[in-house]
Design a protein around this ligand. Structure first.
Ligand code: ADP
Ligand code: MG
Length: 703
């Protein structure tokens, strides 16, 4: 049960004065990402909505001291009004103002002249605040933030935090509501370690959160203030505790001691046309040791694109089969499940091992028959998509489950697997490297193996960036390339013509290329039926077609080693990790590969930086660090897409040190006190509840 002291935090915001249904709805839209749909935000959601900046009215410079971009409050004499010609909405209404040191213009777009004439009468004095801008060498304020007479000025707060906002909600309403909330905060017990707090000189939770909301100076809101650090640490620590508890109660429980004989693995190694890299051998050795232990294996295999994760997965599965168990691998897409099948089935057939594929496409009798062979133990290795963990799927003796996927198999899913009573060894493979901070945040309960080395003989991929205007040259080069038998991926960002974004259309591009090279071009995109996609992929694999026009459906995992050219249209639209993934589709053999990034000019600063990094390096581990830097840890879209743990208060990119501390401390605590029963740890339960980590609390009860 949640401690009573927290009841206040979980009240619905409608209990606050001045918050009716309409305001509640708007606030929920703004802060309620953590609430069930159709519910209203709670006090805690609003409390965690922190100011992103402030208005500092203490800064009262004279005009001659002004610098562009600063926020300033000026005492100005109002001068001439310059009324724009009627019907021309693009010219602003301007008012010249001055003090005894210089001039500055106020400008208003779509202004009501009569209103401005009464609030800013020529010849009078007014206090005016806003962001200073420079336009054609002249100072100006566009739409001042406030205009006040001498008397009004006395009632305005000198320092005022500003919040991220949403349409329909007045900043003043939000500010007042939060202030109300903060006034009555119940005093919470300290859950952090005293030496840590003393060392870092952090305020208490209450002092930090109310300090931020009621801040009266910039130092509290700016950057990494002790207030911000303290509550970020609380959030990070709650997350690390969950992971440590998961590790203790879900991962490190007794599983099966799977001792392979190495017979099948040795056979496989003999059958492979290449020798394993050292990294592959090392990773496999770690996996094998984990599998042999009585404790359950929960391991993350991190590898750069093209580093050869699939064969490591197969070796692990064969180890399970050697010991008399079944193994399963779950791929993120149908295409990838089929591809794994094509690689594994022929090899396993030669060893007398039964491999089957099960996806959403297997229906009716066929599906029933597969399930029956699975339950009776006839199938040794099952390859599938998400369908693999459905309720009616029963294994005879599943020893190892592998998830070949990026991010989406979060700690919640791992907890859910546990609830199913599955005690199989678990190996999660990521499609691209992830920075250490994100590994700790999302996989802090797992052990990690890394494939940092690519197979020998791979040449660096020649990467160039050029504007889309060069398309003509590229088309000629592509024609020459397919004449010499090369295969090309041609990536476009969208499936259908969009009115909003003038991006290339994959269907148009397909039609155009197919016109030039009849019968040599294929098309795959996300809206096609799986069977159709397979057919085209198959043709590309066998070389029946030479150009594959595609959306990002080929992003993850697709392996056609003969393809050597990757062309990406509107590369500026793609994220860094995505570009790296796409480029990783080529350079999969010892032939020279190239990647052409076609961009729509002009390039924004971030996009330009992304393309630069792509040209400079192929190191996925480095690229992932840069990606996190560029998109920022708090990037919502990225986090949502990947299923990462969502942090509300912490900034994983800039607070990496806090993550390391929290990780260590959480593990230490759970090691010595796995159910948080000691007096000095009891308050940690309060912390877990406060951050909605109720699911992990269940792990604390005996049994
Ligand atoms: P990823 O790690 O991106 O999933 P894959 O497992 O698809 O990579 O392997 C990429 C390609 O490299 C495949 O064609 C595979 O057969 C090949 N490969 C894997 N290991 C080696 C190796 N040790 N030497 C040479 N080629 C290898
Ligand atoms: Mg792969």
């Amino acid at each position: 049960m949640r401690p009573d002291i927290l009841n206040y935090f979980f009240k619905a915001i409608t209990s606050l004065k001045g918050v009716g249904p309409k305001v509640a709805q708007n606030i929920t839209r703004l802060v309620g990402r953590h609430v069930e749909p159709a519910q209203i935000a709670r006090y805690v959601d609003l409390l965690f909505h922190l100011p992103m900046g402030y208005k500092d009215r203490r800064n009262r410079p004279k005009v001659e001291q002004l610098e562009a971009e600063q926020y300033a409050t000026l005492k100005l004499q109002i001068g001439k009004h310059i009324v724009p010609p009627r019907h021309n909405k693009r010219i602003p209404y301007r008012i010249n103002c001055y003090d005894d040191t210089g001039e500055i213009t106020l400008s208003f777009f779509r202004a009501r002249g009569d209103y401005l004439k009464t609030t800013l009468p020529e010849g009078e004095l007014r206090y005016i605040g806003g962001k200073i801008e420079e336009y054609n060498g002249n100072l100006q304020i566009n739409h001042p933030d406030f205009i006040a007479t001498e008397d009004e000025m006395k009632t305005l707060p000198v320092f005022e935090p500003i919040y991220p906002m949403t349409a329909g909600l007045a900043p003043k309403t939000l500010r007042k509501t939060i202030a109300q909330l903060v006034q009555e905060l119940p005093k919470l017990p300290e859950w952090l370690d005293k030496p840590l707090i003393d060392r870092e000189k952090w305020p208490t939770f209450n002092a930090s959160i109310s300090g931020l909301h009621l801040a009266d100076k910039p130092e509290i809101i700016d950057g990494n203030s002790p207030h911000r650090q303290r509550i970020a640490f609380d959030e990070i620590f709650a997350n690390q505790l969950v992971l440590a508890l998961t590790r203790k109660h879900v991962v490190a429980v007794n599983g099966n001691a799977i001792n392979g004989t190495a017979k099948l693995v040795n056979q496989l190694v003999d059958l492979l046309p290449y020798t394993l890299t050292n990294a592959q051998q090392d990773s496999f050795a770690e996996i094998k040791t984990d599998m042999a232990a009585v404790q359950r294996m929960v391991r993350l295999l991190q590898g750069d694109v093209g580093s050869g994760k699939t064969v490591v997965a197969l070796m692990a599965m064969l180890t399970a089969v050697e010991a008399g168990y079944q193994a399963a691998i779950m791929a993120p897409t149908e295409i990838l499940a089929r591809q794994h099948g094509e690689f594994m089935q022929p090899l396993c057939a030669r060893m007398g091992i039964e491999v089957e594929i099960l996806t959403g496409r297997n229906k009716g009798k066929n599906r029933a028959e597969i399930l029956q062979r699975l339950a009776s133990g006839q199938i040794d290795i099952l390859i599938g998509t998400h369908a693999l963990f459905q309720a009616d799927i029963v294994f005879d003796k599943l020893g190892l489950a592998i998830i070949d996927e990026q991010h989406r198999f979060g700690v919640h899913q791992r907890l859910a697997l546990q609830n199913k009573g599955l005690k199989t060894d678990l190996l999660v493979m990521t499609a691209t490297p992830i920075p250490r901070t994100l590994v700790l945040t999302n996989y802090g309960d797992m052990s990690v193996s890394k494939l940092t080395e690519k197979p020998a003989g791979r040449k660096p991929i020649k990467t160039v960036a050029m504007p889309l205007e060069k398309l003509g040259d590229i088309l000629l080069a592509a024609a020459r390339a397919i004449d010499t038998g090369q295969r090309i991926y041609w990536i476009c960002p969208l499936v259908e013509e969009s009115e909003i974004l003038p991006l290339s259309n994959v269907e148009d591009r397909f039609a155009m290329l197919n016109n030039q090279h009849p019968g040599k071009v294929g098309l795959v995109h996300g809206r096609m039926a799986a069977t159709e996609k397979d057919e085209v992929m198959q043709k590309f694999q066998t070389g029946e077609i030479s150009i594959l026009v595609a959306t990002t459906v080929v992003e993850v995992g697709v392996n056609v080693p003969e393809a050597t050219i990757m062309i990406i249209e509107h590369a500026e639209r793609f994220g860094l990790s995505q570009l790296h993934q796409l480029r990783g589709r080529v350079g999969r053999s010892d032939a020279q590969s190239s990647c052409i990034l076609l961009y729509g000019a002009p390039l924004g600063a971030t996009a330009s930086e992304r393309l630069k990094i792509m040209r400079q390096t192929e190191d996925g581990f480095l690229i992932s660090e840069k990606d996190l830097e560029l998109r920022g840890g708090g990037d919502l879209l990225g986090a949502q897409q990947s299923g990462d743990i969502k942090m509300r208060l912490a900034d994983v990119e800039n607070q990496a040190d806090l993550i390391e501390i929290a990780h260590k401390q959480a593990r230490l605590i759970v090691e010595t006190d796995p159910r948080l029963e000691k007096d000095k740890h009891k308050n940690l339960r309060t912390l877990l509840y406060l951050f909605d980590r109720d699911q992990a609390i269940k792990l604390l009860s005996a049994g």
